[in-house]
Design a protein around this ligand. Structure first.
Ligand code: CP
Ligand code: NVA
Length: 302
């Protein structure tokens, strides 16, 4: 089984995964990954993903191999499908952070071992699983919860839509024209939301999205690989800043979430980020617990 998208999991599997993550959070050390090797392949930088995967695998007595893709023969043109077939012979799981989602699909196609998406241009499923765990911990439920996503309709937004729809939360998204979420993912999220009696809405303004929200969520306006568009993007997203004024439209005890890294003074101001509403570091911590659960499930019996 590969996890390239949040939607590779069913609602029931997510529920079980989160329960295991809660258990592993309480009992962090174990032998569940003893004798297992996980390759962590990075085409892009990372702080949280790398450290949480490496730490988590070590805590369960597995072996993590950090692989900077630029130091492999991939950088000299080795075909990705050969890379996948070779890795498949050595390791028990391949986790990869890639520029193009098609790279992950190619690895998955040529590996019998589970492949995990550690972020692509299309999705960031490990982030969403940690987000779901965090919301469940903080609010104790998914049903009836409204999430407002403000900003770029990027990988984080795509996965979050799917995660909310599977879990049964309503999500309202406000992003500028031309920066909307992926349309195929949006259609899928709407279908999933129908099954869970939830809604996925694209709204006209940040204020409308945030109205009565339990959670305000934002992400960088400039994702990895988009640095050349910085000037244009700073202009386009000017009105999409999460700040105290916008947050006044949310519920009084709203929670603020961000996958990190943030860009101070851009997508979120300190009056929100540093406030009692912000749960971003609990969210970051939960990457560790949920990814351990994911590996235990994938490398053991689901
Ligand atoms: N949120 C997240 O994936 O962080 P890193 O880029 O630091 O791994
Ligand atoms: N959307 C961001 C997420 C970083 C964790 C990016 O792709 O760079």
């Amino acid at each position: 089984m590969h996890i390239l998208s949040v939607a590779d999991l069913t609602a029931r599997q997510i529920e079980r995964l989160l329960s295991l993550a809660v258990w592993l959070k309480r009992y962090p050390l174990g032998t569940q990954l003893k004798g297992k090797t996980v390759a962590l392949v990075f085409e892009k930088p990372s702080t949280r993903t790398r450290v949480s995967f490496e730490t988590g695998i070590g805590q369960l007595q597995g072996q993590a191999l950090y692989i900077d893709a630029s130091t492999t023969q991939l950088s000299r043109g080795e075909p990705i499908k050969d890379f996948a077939r070779v890795m498949d012979r050595y390791v028990d799981c391949i986790a990869a952070r890639v520029f193009s989602h098609s790279t992950l699909e190619e690895i998955a196609k040529h590996s019998a071992k589970p492949v995990i998406n550690m972020l692509s241009d299309l999705e960031h499923p490990c982030q969403t699983l940690a987000d779901l765990l965090t919301i469940k911990e903080k609010l104790g439920r998914f049903k009836g919860v409204k999430v407002a996503y403000i900003g770029d309709g990027n990988n984080v937004c795509n996965s979050l839509m799917l995660g909310c729809a599977l879990a049964g939360m309503d999500i309202a998204i406000s992003d500028p024209p031309h920066y909307k979420p992926n349309q195929a993912v949006l259609r899928k999220a709407k279908l999933l939301a129908r099954n869970s009696n939830a809604s996925v809405t694209i709204t006209a303004s940040p204020e409308q999205a945030v109205k009565d929200a339990d959670i305000i969520y934002t992400d960088t306006w400039i994702s990895m690989g988009e640095e050349k568009e910085e000037r244009k993007r700073l202009k386009v997203f000017r009105k999409d800043q999460v700040n105290g004024k916008l947050a006044r439209h949310a519920k009084k005890n709203y929670l603020f979430m961000h996958p990190l890294p943030r860009h101070p003074g851009r997508e979120v101001t300190d009056d929100v980020f540093e406030s009692k509403h912000s749960i971003v570091f609990d969210q970051a911590e939960n990457r560790l617990h949920v990814q351990k659960a994911l590996l235990v499930k994938l490398l053991g019996r689901w």
